[in-house]
Design a binder for this molecule. Structure first.
Ligand code: ADP
Length: 478
C-alpha cells in the first residue's frame, strides 16, 4: 500500500473529479484536517456507472464463480496484510480506538472470505412441472450496484454489502460517507492489487445530496444498498423507487435490553456497558434502552455505574475505551439531545457532558439517563452517542407493549435464566434480531437487519448475497 489516496477510483484509474474540487476530512480527536479528498458529483458518478456497466458486459460476471471467489480471497489476504494501516486510517478519520479499528478490519476480511467461499455455491433449482417439460432456475447478478455507506464503521459496513455483490458477479460503485472516506480509498487500492477487472470496483467519495443522490437516481444502477439514518433512508428509497431498483436499507435503532430478576446481573451489566458505549454509542444496534425489573434496579445500576466509571476516554490513537464522536455535526446532535433531555425532567444518573480535562475533540462522557416510560423523546429517539436510557418495569406485558410501540425494530436483548420465557418473548417482540443473555452476537454468517423504521431487507449471511441476485427461470417443452 502506497501513500494516502485522495482521488476517485473509477474504471481501475485514480482520477480527480471532473469539477476538480475537493472536500476536507477531519480528525475528530483534535479537530485538524487530515486530507483533502476529490469530491464526486453527478458527472463523476455517471462515469463510474458507465465503467461499472461496461464491466457487466465484460469477463467479470462470466468468470467461473470459483475464480471470482479466488480474487475475493486474495483481497481478504491483502486486507489482513495491511490491517494496521487500514485500522490507523479508520482511527484518525472516525476517532475510534485503534484496537477497535483493528477488530473492525479483522471483521472486514472475515466478511470477504465468507462471501468468497459462497461465490461458487449460488445455485438455482430444478422444478418439477410434469413429464412433458423440464424447468429450472439460474441465479444471475442484478448488474451495477450502488453502495452508500455511513461513517461509524466505514469499511466494516462497506465490506458487508460490497463483498456479497462481488461474489454474486455484480459490479459496484461505493460511496463512503463524506466524514470518513480514507479507509475506503485504501480499500480501492487493495481491490486494484487483488486483480478485479476494470470497472468492477469504483469508489466515489462525496456528499449525500451530490454523489449519493446521483447514485440512487442513475438509470444504469440496478440495486442500492444504503446504511444510515431513517430520514436519508426514506429519500434513498423514494429516489430508487423511480428507477424500480432493488433496495436494501439498514437504518437506525433504539434497542431495548430487558433484564429480568433471575438474570446473571454481572453479565447483563457488562454487556449493557459494552453495548451502550462501544464506538461511543455510534452503533445502530447499541443497547441504548435498558428495561430493568424494579426488583433488581438498584443491583443492576450499581454494577452498570461501577463498570462505566472505569471506562477511559481519549483520542483514537491513544487507544482508550472510548474515542470522540466522529464529527462536529454528530457532537452537536448528541449535545442537543442532552440539552433537550434536561428540559424534559429526566434524571441524569451520570455523565451528560464533555470530560472536563479535554478541551479539543468531539468528546462526550458515557451518560446514563433514567426515564419513567417512553413519554420523553430521549427514551424513544436514537441518539447515536454514548447515552443509555434506563427504565424500571414491573410487568413483562408492559415492556413488550412499550418495545413494540417504538418506531424502530432492529435488535432486542433478553436477559433471563428462564429460557421458556425468553423463547416466548422472541415471537412477541417486533425486531429483526433478538439476542438472549448476550449482546453483539453474530458474524459474517448471521443475517442482520431491521423491522419498521429500522430498515428493509437483510445483510450478511446467504440472504445478504440474495440481495444481489435475480432468479431467471427456464421452461423447456420436451
Ligand atoms: P448522517 O445524518 O448521520 O450523516 P446519513 O444517513 O445522512 O447520516 O448519511 C449516510 C450516508 O448517506 C452518507 O454516505 C451520506 O453521504 C449519504 N446521503 C446523505 N443524503 C443522501 C441522499 N439524499 N441520497 C443519497 N445518499 C445520501
Amino acid at each position: 500500500m502506497k501513500n494516502l489516496r485522495t482521488q476517485l477510483f473509477i474504471d481501475n484509474q485514480w482520477v480527480d473529479s471532473v469539477a476538480g474540487d475537493c472536500f476536507e476530512t477531519v480528525d475528530p480527536s483534535n479537530e485538524t484536517v487530515i486530507a483533502k479528498v476529490s469530491r464526486a458529483r453527478s458527472e463523476d458518478v455517471d462515469l463510474a456507472a458507465k465503467a461499472a456497466s461496461r464491466a457487466m458486459q465484460g469477463p467479470w460476471p462470466r468468470l467461473p464463480p470459483v475464480e471470482r471467489g479466488t480474487i475475493l480471497f486474495k483481497l481478504a489476504d491483502l486486507i489482513d496484510g495491511n490491517s494496521r494501516n487500514l485500522a490507523k486510517l479508520e482511527t484518525i478519520d472516525v476517532g475510534k480506538p485503534l484496537s477497535d479499528s483493528l477488530g473492525d478490519i479483522a471483521g472486514v476480511s472475515d466478511t470477504i472470505r465468507y462471501n468468497a467461499g459462497a461465490a461458487d455455491k449460488l445455485e438455482g433449482a430444478t422444478i418439477p412441472i410434469g413429464p412433458d417439460h423440464f424447468d429450472f432456475s439460474v441465479m444471475e447478478p442484478i448488474g451495477v450496484t450502488g453502495h452508500i455507506m455511513p461513517w461509524n464503521y466505514p469499511l466494516g459496513m462497506a465490506a458487508r454489502s460490497v463483498a456479497p455483490a462481488l461474489a454474486a458477479g455484480c459490479s459496484v460503485i461505493l460511496k463512503p460517507a463524506e466524514q470518513s472516506p480514507l479507509s475506503t480509498l485504501a480499500f480501492a487500492e487493495l481491490c486494484e492489487e487483488a486483480g478485479f477487472p476494470s470497472g468492477v470496483v469504483n469508489v466515489v467519495p462525496g456528499f449525500g445530496n451530490e454523489a449519493g443522490a446521483a447514485l440512487t437516481s442513475h438509470p444504469l444502477v440496478r440495486g442500492i444498498s444504503f446504511t444510515g439514518s431513517v430520514a436519508t433512508g426514506r429519500a434513498v428509497y423514494q429516489s430508487a423507487a423511480v428507477g424500480l431498483k432493488k433496495v436494501v436499507l439498514e437504518l437506525g435503532g433504539k434497542n431495548p435490553m430487558i433484564v429480568f430478576p433471575d438474570a446473571d446481573l454481572d453479565q447483563a451489566a457488562s454487556d449493557a456497558v459494552v453495548g451502550a458505549y462501544a464506538n461511543s454509542g455510534q452503533v445502530c444496534s447499541a443497547s441504548s434502552l435498558l428495561f430493568v425489573h424494579e426488583d433488581i434496579r438498584e443491583d443492576f445500576l450499581v454494577r452498570f455505574t461501577d463498570m462505566s466509571k472505569k471506562l477511559t476516554i481519549g483520542g483514537g490513537m491513544d487507544d482508550r475505551d472510548l474515542g470522540p464522536l466522529a464529527s462536529s455535526e454528530q457532537y452537536d446532535r448528541v449535545r442537543s439531545f442532552l440539552d433537550g433531555a434536561s428540559d424534559q425532567g429526566v434524571r441524569v444518573l451520570f455523565g451528560g457532558d464533555r470530560p472536563s480535562h479535554m478541551d479539543r475533540g468531539y468528546f462526550i462522557e458515557p451518560t446514563l439517563i433514567e426515564c419513567s416510560d417512553l413519554g420523553q423523546p430521549i427514551a424513544r429517539q436514537e441518539v447515536f452517542g454514548p447515552v443509555a436510557v434506563v427504565i424500571a418495569f414491573a410487568e413483562q406485558e408492559t415492556v413488550v407493549e412499550m418495545i413494540n410501540d417504538l418506531d424502530y425494530g432492529l435488535v432486542a436483548g433478553i436477559y433471563t435464566r428462564d429460557i421458556s420465557r425468553a423463547l416466548r418473548l422472541v415471537s412477541e417482540i417486533d425486531a429483526g434480531t433478538i439476542w438472549i443473555n448476550g449482546w453483539y452476537i453474530g458474524g459474517a454468517q448471521v443475517p442482520t437487519g431491521g423491522n419498521k423504521a429500522s430498515g428493509i431487507g437483510r445483510e450478511r449471511g446467504l440472504p445478504g448475497i440474495a440481495n444481489y441476485l435475480e432468479l431467471k427461470n427456464v421452461g423447456i417443452r420436451i
